[in-house]
Design a protein. Structure first.
Length: 355
């Protein structure tokens, strides 16, 4: 009887041991929070900050440059002298014109006196009409010569003034095309001035991309040395023809704001993006193909368990996929170890993994 009780007790203990199955292990996984994307990046291009308005100035007369008064980078005001020519030729022309004017003025005075004298003789009846007509004609001719001589003097003075090149507006000197001692012709470019009050971003775009730009494209302009300094911009103009060597077209962008760090010549990077239908992007390792369905493992934030979710893939990239449906922003998806999971399994989220 004692032996039977012992055997019965062993059977009960064995049955209890079989009913207590081991707990399901908690599996550590890598995960990522779904983020909606409503902008598609079209590329990032290097450029620079330039002045919208630039002008190249030159002397209105030819001659030899005697001196350059400012250097590249200098800030000038309206009326500041930029360069001067050797004024010897213009001074000689002015002296010659003033001499001609003095000569004609003497002739004018003599013609006036002769005309008065002939008029008095004619009024007393002792002068001939022909002599009076000649005197009056000579007076008119000399008067016209006097006006011409005065105009020549004014022109010579202007020519002398043109030997000094002055800034016509506040600006920054960006380039010199001539040096002191060089002989230049009238109208030849000598110095380039840029107005610093209106700046814009300038980039070179591939011809193919430039042809596809639409009004919905957004431009983000950031300083290359400090990307935190940035602003938005809109396309102002784009060159109609591509550069023959680089096959690019130059685009000029109007800045929404002009940060102080955006000085003339500052190197910038411009990111182009356009609005798209909301979508999300996940690593390729997050997908699991089950019975012809594309699914992902979604983590329950409260229970720390996983469940399968059908998703719609709109584009497959090299190492990632673009999803157009099936997930909501903020949901967490397993991105590694998907083949060893099963529905309802508890997981431990790797806090160091992507979020």
């Amino acid at each position: 009887m004692r032996t039977l009780w012992l055997m019965f007790g062993c059977v009960l203990l064995t049955a209890c041991a079989d009913d207590e199955s081991p707990p399901e292990p908690v599996r550590p996984v890598l995960s990522q929070v779904v983020q909606a994307q409503d902008q598609a990046r079209l590329g990032r291009f290097a450029g620079s900050i330039q002045a919208r308005y630039e002008s190249t100035l030159g002397f209105r007369v030819g001659g030899r440059i005697a001196r350059r008064w400012v250097d590249v980078g200098a800030t000038v005001k309206a009326g500041d002298t930029l360069a001067t020519l050797d004024p010897t030729d213009q001074q000689n022309q002015l002296r010659a014109a003033e001499g001609d004017l003095a000569k004609v003025q003497a002739q004018w005075i003599n013609a006036q006196a002769n005309a008065r004298r002939q008029q008095q003789l004619f009024d007393r009846g002792v002068g001939a009409q022909a002599q009076l007509d000649i005197a009056q004609t000579d007076l008119k001719t000399t008067g016209a010569s006097l006006e011409q001589a005065k105009a020549a003097v004014n022109q010579a003075r202007d020519q002398l003034g043109y030997s000094t090149l002055q800034a016509d507006h506040p600006a920054v000197v960006t380039a010199w095309q001539a040096e002191a001692g060089q002989v230049v012709t009238a109208g030849q470019g000598v110095v380039t001035l840029a107005r610093p009050d209106v700046k814009e971003a300038v980039i070179d775009l591939p011809a193919g991309l430039a042809d596809e730009l639409s009004g919905e494209v957004k431009f983000l302009v950031a300083a290359q040395l400090d990307p935190s300094v940035n602003t938005s911009a809109v396309l102002r103009e784009i060159e109609p023809q591509a550069d023959a060597a680089t096959r690019t077209r130059r685009a000029r962008l109007t800045l929404a704001d002009t940060p102080e760090a955006f000085r003339l010549g500052t190197a910038i990077s411009v990111t182009l993006s356009s609005a798209i239908q909301p979508r999300s992007e996940l690593p390729l390792s997050a997908l699991q193909e089950v019975d012809g369905h594309t699914r992902v493992w979604v983590v329950d934030p409260q229970q720390h368990t996983v469940s399968l979710r059908d998703v719609k893939v709109s584009e497959r990239l090299d190492n990632s996929v673009v999803l157009s449906a099936g997930l909501q922003p903020g949901e967490r998806v397993v991105t590694a170890g998907v083949n060893s999971l099963k529905p309802g399994q508890k997981v431990k989220i790797d806090e160091e993994g992507p979020r």
